[in-house]
Design a protein around this ligand. Structure first.
Ligand code: IPE
Ligand code: IPE
Ligand code: MG
Length: 249
């Protein structure tokens, strides 16, 4: 319910590519959708663990803009799964004071799911514990493009000088605007790629890759990632000596 005190070892913003559901299922001769079902359980555990650890913001990659290319039955199965997971979990999230937001072009989803998303966002809008971002029909390039479009509109409609657009102003136009950039990026499932996740926002994230498949990822695995993160020296372009001497970016 409440968050513990934040210490240096705990990243403020954690972003996770929840990968490996299909391979988990295949290894057990189960349909891929069973892997996604188990993946929802992992997400539930990790959301709770992050909230308890004092993480301010957790972003979960649930469906990429490229995942539409999957077989139709997998896509429709995922849509039903998102719907049932929201129906089942949203009240518990609200009780845990978790503010839930969806980032991505959700206009491509079934109307009933879009309505559910709006309802959950409205219900948890005043929660001031952890912010949970669900990246659904999200693509990093789409995010940058929609920000560019907004910027062009601001320049033409409000007469904003193009030169006034700096990194901070541009960052506010992204769908994560107002939130800190991810400190720790985790990808399960063994692949070492970003797959069009938060491209701009990950510029200085610490990257952590694990072979553990998402359905097997639990609180213990999460804390292992946090321990690894705590060992990193984040230099943001400075020297190790500057950082050791207490300078901050
Ligand atoms: C990630 O697991 C979940 C989604 C993309 C929705 P995958 O379904 O990509 O699992 P693998 O990579 O096939 O094992
Ligand atoms: C990335 O996983 C998207 C999600 C986890 C939702 P994919 O499994 O779709 O990524 P690629 O296609 O292997 O790079
Ligand atoms: Mg995958």
């Amino acid at each position: 319910m409440t968050t513990t005190t934040q210490d240096d070892a705990v990243p403020r913003h954690v972003a996770i590519v929840m990968d490996g559901n299909g391979r988990w299922a295949k290894a057990r001769f189960l349909p891929r959708l069973m892997g996604h079902h188990r993946g929802v359980e992992s997400a539930r555990k990790v959301i709770r663990a992050c909230s308890n650890a004092g993480v301010e913001c957790l972003t979960l990659f649930a469906f990429s803009s490229e995942n539409w290319k999957r077989p139709e039955d997998e896509v429709s199965g995922l849509m039903s799964l998102f719907m049932s997971a929201l129906e089942r979990e949203s009240v518990a999230l609200f009780r845990h004071n978790v503010r839930m937001r969806f980032i991505g072009d959700t206009s491509g989803f079934p109307t009933s799911l879009q309505e559910k998303i709006q309802q959950v966002e409205a219900m948890t809008a005043t929660c001031n514990g952890m912010t949970l971002l669900i990246a659904a029909n999200y693509g990093g390039r789409w995010d940058v493009l929609q920000a560019v479009r907004k910027a062009i509109r601001d320049v033409t409609a409000d007469g904003m000088a193009a030169d006034m657009l700096d990194e901070d102003a541009f960052g506010r136009l992204l769908v994560t605007g107002g939130l800190p950039d991810p400190d720790l990026f985790i990808r399960t499932g063994g692949e070492k790629r970003i797959s069009n996740f938060l491209m701009w926002q990950l510029a200085y994230a610490e990257l952590y890759f694990t072979d553990v498949l998402w359905p097997e990822f639990d609180e213990k695995c999460l804390h292992e990632a946090f321990r690894d993160f705590a060992q990193r020296q984040r230099r943001f372009g400075m020297t190790g000596e500057q950082i050791a001497g207490g300078q901050h970016a």
